[in-house]
Design a protein around this ligand. Structure first.
Ligand SMILES: [Fe+2]
Length: 212
């Protein structure tokens, strides 16, 4: 016998959606109106809002090394792990997704001659990524520092490629940056202590259907 959803089931369903949305800083919308539909609540599709685009900037280079570690194993700066999943607008992982990532070092410098802090990430069918890096340094843009950020291009078969940047919650320069989008600000937690402490952030990229 099919069990009808209880009020707690409904609330838990919304709580799960909210937890996913928190990764991207903007709400995940439920497609149907649960108050009027006759479709069972548990069968309703989820809808994930596409991730916001953000400027590419002048330092992108094609053909970065295929790796999950941007540090080269011996970089100065605060250790950081960024992880997440590349999903479609139904919130499902996209097989064959891949990312291009580039960022400044801990002093705010980009390596435009070599490949330090640049990588191409080839993802498995679960479209999950976990990249080892450092918290990037800030750099001057004119007379004003840009907040710390990581540049990303997200690609997947059958989907529009996304160029964007990821920012860090609590950066004092977030509020005055002319390029930042609040939905791209990642929250941060820490694993380990002392010299072993690593900052951990999460961001799920949501891509729209279309030509790559
Ligand atoms: Fe930048």
């Amino acid at each position: 016998m099919t069990k009808s959803p209880t009020r707690r089931d409904v609330l838990m369903s919304f709580a799960g959606s909210a937890a996913f949305a928190a990764c991207n800083g903007r709400p995940t919308r439920i497609a149907a109106d649960t108050a009027t539909t006759t479709v069972p609540i548990t069968d309703e599709p989820r809808v994930c809002e596409p991730s916001a685009e953000n400027i590419e900037g002048p330092f992108f280079k094609r053909g970065s090394p295929h790796r999950m570690d941007l540090t080269g194993g011996a970089a100065l700066g605060e250790p950081l792990v960024v992880q997440g999943t590349v999903v479609d607008t139904r919130c499902l992982p996209i097989a064959g997704a891949w990312l291009e990532v580039w960022q400044a070092d801990h002093t705010g410098q980009y390596d435009n001659e070599g490949d330090r802090f640049r990588a191409t990430l080839d993802l498995d069918d679960d479209a999950h990524y976990r990249v080892q890096t450092i918290v990037p340094g800030r750099y001057l843009n004119g007379r004003q520092y840009r907040p710390a950020h990581i540049h990303v291009k997200a690609h997947a078969p059958g989907h529009r490629s996304l160029t964007t940047q990821l920012y860090f919650q609590g950066d004092p320069f977030n509020d005055m940056d002319p390029f930042i989008d609040p939905s791209l600000i990642m929250s941060m937690r820490y694993e380990g202590t002392g010299g072993e402490r690593t900052a951990v952030c999460r961001f799920d990229f949501v891509l729209e259907p279309g030509r790559p």
